[in-house]
Design a protein around this ligand. Sequence first.
Ligand SMILES: [Zn+2]
Ligand SMILES: [Zn+2]
Length: 230
Amino acid sequence: MRVRAAVIEEKAGPFVFRDLHLDDPRATEVLVKIHSVGICQTDIHVRNQDYPVPLPLVLGHEGAGIVEKVGAGVKGIEAGDPVVLSFPSCQECSYCRTGRNAYCEHAFEICFGGSRLDGSNALHWPDGAGQNKAIHGHFFGQSSFATYALADQSNVVKVPSDLPLELLAPLGCGFQTGAGAILNALQVAPGSHTAIFGVGAVGLSAIMAARIAGAASISLSRLGLSREHP
Ligand SMILES: [Zn+2]
Ligand SMILES: [Zn+2]
């Protein structure tokens, strides 16, 4: 199908809107019509080639939208479902098989490889576009800076239909990073004192999570400007 995507064509270059072709979903894949997508610092790191992800590339890894079509092997997700797209995992390594998908052995290739794990790519230049470098997608299993994204069932999360997708999109990376650090990794206990360095989307999410966890104090530091809230 024809999609429109924001493409990074050169290191530190601008996002250029291009018409591309996106293949149909494979057995475990989910085609999502993107409604909203957050911009995370990691998108900008990759645009600047701090990570060696091949260009040209469609970035975007905080997508949210409506399921358009699912592969034959997808269970529990169907066309019309509102979903948030998060990070993918291989589902087969020892970490994935024991529920620790965030530590997937293939996390780097699957998120930053610019292709599926088998090296294939669902995004193509349309016939006659005259481009001599293959376009890369599957960034964090989605490449959601586009009108449609192809995710895997491992990184699709169904959400209630009465919640605004534009607010849910950043849950896929930035918000869960900040909240997960507090609630899962640090397991902040009620009455704890918490310090958060950096108050962007991740830090603000950590603040909300620390409040929910019952932290007695939350100290913030940003660009030399420090504040403390009871
Ligand atoms: Zn991110
Ligand atoms: Zn894995």
